[in-house]
Design a protein around this ligand. Sequence first.
Ligand code: AMP
Ligand code: ZN
Length: 139
Amino acid sequence: MIKDDCIFCKIANGEIPSYSIFEDDNFKVILDIEPSSKGHSLIIPKAHADNLFELDNNVAEKALIVAKKAAAGLKKTLKCPGINILQNNGAAAGQTVNHYHIHIIPRYDNDNVNISWMHETFNKDTADAFVNDVKSNID
Ligand code: AMP
Ligand code: ZN
């Protein structure tokens, strides 16, 4: 399914031009227009899904294989010593385009990419109850 007002639907299906490094029946992989590092790319499914939770399982299964393939090609080309693969769901998590996509971010020693978080203290008192809660919510 394609959503009318969705820019990534238009890019993935060729209505809007992009710098595509890979394409198959289900995905287009393009260069990010505001890259955080040289080679920053996006894996975009051709069928619209707002986020991971709406993504078809068949497409979800294939997405990581495309990520591996594209990341390997970028690594070979750029000789970058590291690569982050990440994916945002929801504005609180930094998602700005509401069409599921995976970021591939090549990393270089002393680059300007900043992916970090503070570590909170693990709460052993509530961990068992929390684990049981979550288990009951996983299908
Ligand atoms: P996110 O914040 O995870 O939703 O990521 C959206 C990404 O899409 C950002 O890194 C943007 O730079 C990128 N982006 C937005 N519009 C375009 C576009 N027309 N072509 C390529 N990348 C885009
Ligand atoms: Zn879309």
